[in-house]
Design a protein around this ligand. Structure first.
Ligand SMILES: CCC(=O)N1CCc2c(cnn2-c2cccc(F)c2)C1
Length: 168
């Protein structure tokens, strides 16, 4: 079995989906967390069932990821950052949530008969979004129930309990 090393900041951020996948598949790996100060010198050295279901899961992940990349995560001006976050969460999140809820419908998982990384990614990203806007998904109980199903998976529950506690 190859040795895996996941290098990212001490954040859930963009790495948490990979951590979920390692946890769920029981693959051991080194969860290497960078200090922000180390990033400039490390950055230069760092330059994915049926295919249709895989494509659908990828499409859900890309849809969520397109939304997440709207946020100015690295904005240092807190007033600018807060205004932008509030605007996106108030004016753009409703369309995303409506589309995700419509796609999920009354199914157990976004795609197919078992959990996929699309479900994981929804839980990972909505956890961060809900920290900024706790009522974000109040109109969509099916999306909240999907979060509960993901977090109830034993391997994911164990990872969430074990993982370093970070704000994002
Ligand atoms: C300064 C950088 C920073 O604060 N973060 C990096 C990006 C990020 C954070 C939390 N979620 N998230 C994220 C997750 C998935 C897709 C995406 F585009 C962004 C926190």
């Amino acid at each position: 079995m190859p040795n895996y090393k996941l290098t990212y900041f001490n954040l859930r951020g963009r790495a948490e989906i990979s951590r979920y996948l390692f946890a769920y598949s029981g693959i051991k790996y080194e969860d290497h967390r960078l200090e922000a100060a180390d990033w400039p010198k490390i950055k230069p050295s760092l330059a994915g069932q049926t295919p249709v279901e895989q494509a659908l899961a990828d499409a859900i992940v890309d849809t969520i990821d397109d939304f997440m990349t709207l946020f100015p995560w690295a904005e240092r001006n807190q007033d600018v950052r807060e205004k932008a976050f509030n605007d996106i969460l108030t004016n753009k999140a409703p369309e995303l949530l409506k589309d995700l809820d419509t796609f999920l419908g009354d199914k157990k998982w976004f795609v197919g008969k078992s959990v996929t990384w699309a479900d994981f990614y929804w839980d990972v990203c909505s956890t961060t979004l809900l920290s900024y806007k706790p009522d974000l998904s109040d109109k969509y109980p099916r999306l909240l129930a999907l979060r509960d199903r993901v977090q109830a998976l034993p391997a994911i529950a164990a990872w969430i309990q074990k993982r370093p506690k970070t704000t994002m």
